[in-house]
Design a protein around this ligand. Structure first.
Ligand code: PHE
Length: 467
């Protein structure tokens, strides 16, 4: 009987599948390497507080808006905006451009993580902690293409199996493993001698570090971490049943993502303080340098457990990166399938070719194209001298496109279609307890905040202020 309908859109099997998928998308490299670094840099508990407040207000409003738009229209980003008129289509196009930019470079980093996970088994903690191991691995090394391809093929394989058979199943197993491993590693790091000083550093707020800059950093992190402003939550909302409680689900997703980010801090900060005598190494090293350079040294200092903890940690990061990349790739597939009216299978193939091709290009940024410095030549931004193609794509998506899409989404929902439409959609299945908060955030507070981030980021990139 069900076959009589037009090609049925995939559906989550229920509310928890949706929550898990959105959480799996949210929990990624951002939680693992950026959150602990920002917390260490901006006064521990003070940063945590600001971050949590932003998530439950601003992040909440934007995530409600996106998921409700998806569920209401039953479309991914482009179709969702087009439903309200051709002239709004461009917002969907901009939002959809973001995952096309992020997926290839996310896959390159995913390849590095896969390599490290394997290297803890085959080479051991001492080898990985050696000076220059990381640069030796990523620079001018054909092996990196292979690891990227392995990572991409895993992602493509899962997405090819479909929403229920592939994504839901993998998320269930990997997210549960991830939570247990994060708790186990945190407990282990807390038992290291001297770790409690690290806990104090992490949790006790140092309000002297409070600044506009810190709020801006927390906001940028929140966007990336909750996977907002890139069409993902619209697509995921479109697979969500009209009977399920949206507000409850969004609250759970936030809790999940923020909980794992806080746990990541517990894994990293006390261990760094115990092994290296202070949190400075975490506060002073962002991104890849922290994860692939400093942490292996921290693990090496753990004696007998070094290789096991190193492996467990990178396995956990691998799960987080894999599930996030699956969600990115699923979004690409749904954009291509909806936009070009192609079957899912054909869309999977097209997107796989795209990601492998662009991923290869990004990876060439560390090989044949090492000397190409797009950031510096295009923007003349001194801070980015010697940056790679990966930094360029990261800058364009996170610093330019995502805040613009967030701003357009707020203005679109708050002032053009009006928040009432969203309230009505949410109320189809449940009451909307935070309806007031939602309306005020989406109309007034969020747009102003986003303009602040956008301007601050651009000024920081131009070297006018330091973030
Ligand atoms: N939210 C993920 C993280 O924290 C990153 C991500 C961005 C995942 C966009 C999917 C889409 O790393």
């Amino acid at each position: 009987m069900e076959q009589t309908a037009a090609p049925a859109r995939s559906k989550w099997s229920g509310r928890w599948a949706f929550i898990l998928a959105a959480a799996a998308s949210a929990v990624g490299l951002g939680n693992m390497w950026r959150f602990p670094y920002l917390a260490a840099k901006y006064g521990g508990g003070a940063f945590l507080l600001v971050y949590i407040v932003l998530v439950v207000t601003f992040g909440f409003a934007l995530m409600m808006a996106e998921t409700a738009l998806g569920r209401m229209t039953g479309q991914s980003a482009i179709g969702a905006f087009r439903t309200f008129g051709k002239k709004y289509l461009f917002i969907g196009v901009l939002a959809s451009a973001v995952p096309f930019i992020i997926t290839p470079y996310y896959a390159v980093i995913g390849g590095w993580v896969t390599k490290y996970m394997a290297a803890y088994i085959f080479e051991g903690a001492n080898a990985l902690a050696g000076d220059g191991y990381f640069t030796g691995f990523i620079l001018n090394n054909p092996e990196t293409y292979l690891w990227m391809a392995i990572f991409v093929l895993l992602v493509v394989g899962v997405v090819a199996l479909g929403v229920k058979n592939g994504i839901e199943r993998v998320n269930k197993v990997l997210m549960v493993l991830l939570i247990f491993m994060a708790i186990a590693i945190s407990i282990f790091s807390l038992t290291l001698p001297g770790a409690l000083d690290g806990v104090a550093y992490y949790l006790i707020p140092d309000f002297s570090k409070f600044s506009v800059e810190m709020v801006v950093a927390a906001m940028g992190q929140m966007f990336f971490s909750l996977s907002l402003a890139m069409g993902i939550m619209i697509t995921y909302g479109s697979y969500f049943d009209k009977k399920e409680d949206l507000e409850h689900s969004v609250r759970r997703i936030e809790l999940f993502d923020t909980g794992i980010a806080i746990l990541a801090g517990f894994m990293i900060i006390p261990a760094a303080v115990a092994v290296q005598g202070g949190a400075d190494v975490v506060a002073n090293n962002a991104g890849p340098g922290l994860m692939f350079g400093i942490l292996p040294q921290v693990f090496q200092g753990m004696g007998w457990a070094a290789s096991a903890i190193g492996f467990a940690f990178f396995a956990l990061v691998f799960f987080a990166a894999l599930t996030s990349c699956i969600s990115l790739f699923e979004t690409l597939v749904s954009i291509v399938a909806d936009g070009a009216h192609l079957s899912r299978a054909v869309s999977v193939v097209i997107c796989a070719v795209f990601v492998l091709g662009m991923g290869t290009l990004v990876n060439m940024g560390y090989n044949n194209l090492l000397d190409v410095d797009l950031m510096y030549s295009l923007f003349g931004i001194g801070e980015y001298q010697d940056s790679q193609l990966l930094d360029f794509f990261d800058f364009v998506s996170n610093t330019i496109l995502m805040p613009i899409v967030a701003l357009l989404t707020c203005v679109f929902v708050g002032w053009i279609i009006k928040p009432k439409i969203i309230l009505t959609e949410v109320r189809q299945s449940s009451e909307f307890k935070s309806a007031k908060l939602f309306t005020v955030m989406i109309k007034y507070v969020a747009p102003v905040f986003v303009v602040v981030i956008l301007v601050a980021y651009i000024m920081a990139a131009a070297g006018i202020i330091v973030l």
